[in-house]
Design a protein around this ligand. Structure first.
Ligand SMILES: NC(=O)c1ccc[n+]([C@@H]2O[C@H](COP(=O)([O-])OP(=O)(O)OC[C@H]3O[C@@H](n4cnc5c(N)ncnc54)[C@H](OP(=O)(O)O)[C@@H]3O)[C@@H](O)[C@H]2O)c1
Length: 322
């Protein structure tokens, strides 16, 4: 466990859902030397700006939670931006961190790195065993490159420069700070908005695309932040015992999944919607199941604590205040 509360920690993307949860977690632990920059202050795709920032700040640790993120529509419409921005952000941050003596860095990836047809639950060793989901392939390729960049720097410079760069792959996240945009949001914030609007309008039913049968896993963002800080601070020997130099990422999941129908019912209850839920089976379902194998993280000693009902309540409060 890392006890030096004065060490300088840079959180890239501290205003995003993930970065802000990591910031809350570190502040609650008493870390008091946290460096942040907004996108407007520092464009992480700009190499010279990132170099100047690292030369000036010289952080001890970096959490890399900045990324260009979006749903299927955005990924499909702007594939060039998704691959370019993400590769540039992570290349600039990881390389400048290395050049400026950062010993510890945590790269945030996502479960979309795994093949479309990976067996469930998806374990870390499913990486690079098959074709990716085409809709977010450019984004996933950038994330895979980020994992491999951390591994390559460790392999080339770990012994000589004492660097230890790690990667975590969280499942679908939800919680405060989520994006509730009507067209460009993930499933939980989208359902919260729709049930809330249906409640206000006294609508008799909410229609959900598909059969409601696909299963998905959801993790409350504060549990993800706790697990990320846990992996960052894990003793190097223990981390190395559970990973390989070229298979070093760690999944962060909730541990079990729910059907979309169960999720919709839970959201309706939290929002206080009294009408019916109807499933439109003429619309596509997507993959039947997407579920991460989190047994490595659990064996290392970290486990999610916040259940769906509790997490949805906190998220709905956040939505009402946003
Ligand atoms: N949300 C999920 O369900 C989920 C699940 C698994 C993994 N993750 C991973 O977690 C990471 C963060 O996701 P998130 O959900 O927190 O996304 P988010 O809420 O969109 O936050 C991303 C942050 O990155 C910043 N950013 C983007 N481009 C930048 C640039 N060029 N320069 C500087 N800052 C830039 C954004 O600032 P602006 O908004 O000002 O552009 C924002 O603060 C991603 O790597 C993602 O893959 C997320």
């Amino acid at each position: 466990m890392n006890k030096d509360l004065n060490q300088k920690i840079y959180i890239a993307g501290h205003r995003g859902m993930v970065g802000s949860a990591i910031l809350r977690n570190l502040k609650a632990k008493g870390f008091n030397n946290i460096v942040t920059r907004t996108h407007a202050e520092l464009d992480l795709t700009n190499q010279s700006q990132v170099a100047a920032f690292f030369e000036q700040e010289k952080p001890n640790q970096v959490y890399l939670a900045a990324a260009k993120v979006g749903g299927i529509y955005a990924n499909n419409t702007y594939p060039a931006e998704f691959i370019y921005d993400n590769l540039m952000i992570q290349n600039n941050v990881i390389h400048q961190a290395f050049l400026n003596g950062v010993k510890k860095l945590l790269f945030l990836g996502s479960s979309c790195i795994y093949p479309k047809l990976a067996s469930q639950p998806m374990s870390e060793d499913a990486l690079l065993t098959g074709k990716l989901e085409p809709t977010n392939e450019p984004y996933a390729i950038a994330k895979i490159a980020g994992i491999k960049m951390c591994e390559s720097y460790n392999r080339q410079y770990g012994a000589t420069h004492g660097i230890d760069y790690r990667s975590v792959m969280p499942t679908n996240l939800y919680g405060p700070g989520d994006n509730y945009h009507p067209e460009n949001s993930h499933v939980i914030p989208a359902l919260i908005r729709r049930f809330h609007e249906a409640k206000i309008a006294n609508a008799p039913e909410v229609v959900i695309w598909g059969s409601g049968m696909p299963r998905r896993e959801f993790l409350y963002v504060d549990d993800m932040a706790a697990a990320s800080v846990f992996v960052m601070d894990l003793d190097k020997k223990i981390y190395e015992q559970h990973t390989e130099p070229m298979q070093s990422h760690v999944n962060i999941g909730f541990g079990c999944d729910v059907t979309i129908a169960e999720l919709a019912k839970a959201v309706g209850e939290v929002v206080g919607y009294q009408g019916k839920i109807r499933f439109d089976i003429s619309k596509p379902d997507g993959s039947p199941r997407k579920w991460l194998d989190s047994s490595k993280l659990n064996r290392l000693g970290s486990r999610a604590k916040i259940g769906l009902a509790e997490g949805l309540k906190a998220t709905y409060n956040d939505f009402c205040q946003s």
